[in-house]
Structures are given as C-alpha cells and as structure tokens.
Design a protein around this ligand. Structure first.
Ligand code: CAA
Length: 260
C-alpha cells in the first residue's frame, strides 16, 4: 500500500505451545501507529483464547528495532483529545499484555524506545539482544510517555533511575538495562533464548503457571495482608486441578509429570 502500511503489521506464529507476535512495520522501525495497536489487540485476544498457546513472546521484525516508539508521523498532527485517545488505546493494549493469564516474554531485538520500551515494560519478562537500546525520549519531542512509561519504569527500576531516564530522554545499552534490572538477561540470540524459556514454562502445570502470573500481577497492586490471602486462595485452587494430583504423583513415582 502507499506509505508501506499493510493490513498485517502483526505477524502471529504458533510453535510448540508458544505464540510469537512480531511487530512488523520495518519501514518505520516497527513504530506503533493506531492500526498496529488495534492489530496487536486482536492478536492478543486470539492468543489468549487459543488453547494451543501457553506462553506468548513479543518481538520486532528485523534485527534493528524491537519497537522505535509510538508513530511520530501519526502523532504529529493530533489534537489534545486525539492524543489522549491514542494514549488510552496504548494503555488498553499494554494492560492486556500485562494482565493476560499467559506469561508474556519480550524478546527485545533492537531499539526499544518510547512506546517500545513501554511495551517491553508491560511484558512479564524481558530478554535483550546485545545491541538493544532502551530509553524514553519523549521529553525531547515535547511530550510525556503515553503508554505507561511514567508508571511501569519507576516501579521496575526505582524512582531515581526511572526519573533519570524519563527526564534526560537518554538511551542506555542492553548491558546497562540489565544492570539496573530493566531486563532479565542479555543474550546474543534473543528470540531463541526467549523460546527456550517459553519451552521450559510449557513443561510446567498450565494451571499453576496461570495462577502464579495472576498472583504476582494482581497481588502487587494489593496491600501485603490482602495479597497473602489472595496467594492462599490461589494455592488452594491448585488442589482442585488434576494437575496437582499428577505433579505430586509423578514426584512419588520418580518420573516427569505429564500435564497434557
Ligand atoms: N515513528 C515513526 N517513524 C519512525 C519512528 C517513530 N517512532 N522511528 C523511526 N521511524 C522511521 C524513520 O522516520 C525512518 O523513516 P524514513 O526512512 O521514511 O525517513 C525509518 O524509521 C528509519 O529510521 P531512521 O532513519 O531514523 O534510523 P536511524 O538508524 O538513523 O535511527 C532511531 C534509529 C535512533 C531509533 C531513530 O529512528 C529514532 O530516534 N526514532 C524515534 C525514537 C523515538 O523518539 N521514540 C519515541 C516516540 S514518542 C512515544 O513513543 C510516545 C509514547 O510513549 C506513546
């Protein structure tokens, strides 16, 4: 299409229990425009309900960028009201990433700037390629982050380091992102490494995996006493699943459990 914007800006691949979502707008370094956010939303709805999928990986097309931010060209002419709606759309989609009951791994294969860093932050686990770079350059464009960066970044790396990144607009290499806890691991082949982790998670009890994510994501927003009761409820629920019976039986029989 003129401008290179196809209808398919999100590619979906399902492989051995893992759903891989690839943001695919290579001509714009995978920048997120409205269309791409809408497609990401649809793809998440699909993978959330697909019983073959236990873990989701989000990555970017090519080896230069994960996502270079929200689409600056699309934002340039927005009215304040349109910009607010755009931020709310991004928030809705990223909150889906965060709260979907399947684990979501970001395989950050290059630039993760602005909305790209915010997308990685909404994922449960972040692995980075050695050449990846992270940052929130919004203040240099005369705007604030709009897809959760002012909240998720300081919650993850702490207020001081978060504000330093947010206020300077500077970018940091993968190694530094690892040092400050923004990414879990820096690896040469990031998608392969994310797939290995997904495979490991796929061998565990799907019920327990889903419960664990829910307990962490929702529990972190509760006070400690309530969160611990919530945890006890989740623990109890596991004993109503056949998977607990199989897991513990397999332990006694000294064999690998089969949760299929
Ligand atoms: N939006 C739209 N297009 C973008 C883009 C973005 N965020 N980032 C890159 N592109 C486009 C470029 O315009 C360029 O297109 P043309 O070839 O048509 O000119 C193409 O992608 C390749 O980019 P560059 O030529 O700039 O590549 P580079 O290697 O010289 O630089 C880069 C790479 C440092 C990532 C640079 O592209 C860059 O700084 N991009 C913008 C990063 C940014 O500011 N992101 C934050 C956006 S605001 C935001 O995200 C708000 C929010 O929270 C909601």
């Amino acid at each position: 299409l003129p401008g290179g914007d196809e209808v398919n800006n999100i590619l979906i691949e399902i492989k051995d229990g893992t759903g891989i979502l690839t943001i695919h707008r290579p001509h714009a370094l995978n920048a997120l425009n409205r269309q791409t956010l809408e497609e990401l939303k649809m793809a998440l709805v699909e993978l959330r309900s697909n019983e073959q999928v236990q873990v989701i990986i989000i990555t970017g097309s090519g080896d230069k960028a994960f996502v270079a931010g929200a689409d600056i060209r699309e934002m340039e002419g927005m009215t304040p009201e349109e910009a607010k709606r755009f931020a709310l759309l991004g928030d809705e989609v990223f909150t889906m990433v965060e709260t979907t009951d399947k684990p979501v791994i970001a395989a950050v294969n290059g630039f993760a700037l602005g909305g790209g860093c915010e997308l990685a932050l909404a994922c449960d686990i972040r692995y980075a390629a050695e050449h990846a770079r992270f940052g929130q350059p919004e203040v240099g464009l005369g705007i604030t982050p709009g897809f959760g960066g002012t909240q998720r970044l300081p919650r993850l790396v702490g207020k001081g380091l978060g504000l330093e990144l947010l206020l300077s607009g500077g970018t940091i290499p993968a190694e530094e992102a690892w040092r400050i806890g923004l990414v879990n691991k820096v690896v040469p082949y990031v998608l392969e490494e994310a797939e290995k982790l997904a495979q490991c998670i796929c061998t565990k009890s799907p019920f327990a995996v889903k419960q664990t994510k829910q307990l962490v994501v929702h529990g972190l927003n509760m006070d400690m006493a309530r969160a611990l009761r919530f945890e006890a409820e989740g623990f109890g629920l596991c004993f109503s699943s056949g998977e607990q019976k199989e897991g513990m039986k397999a332990f006694g029989e000294k064999r690998v459990p089969s949760f299929k």
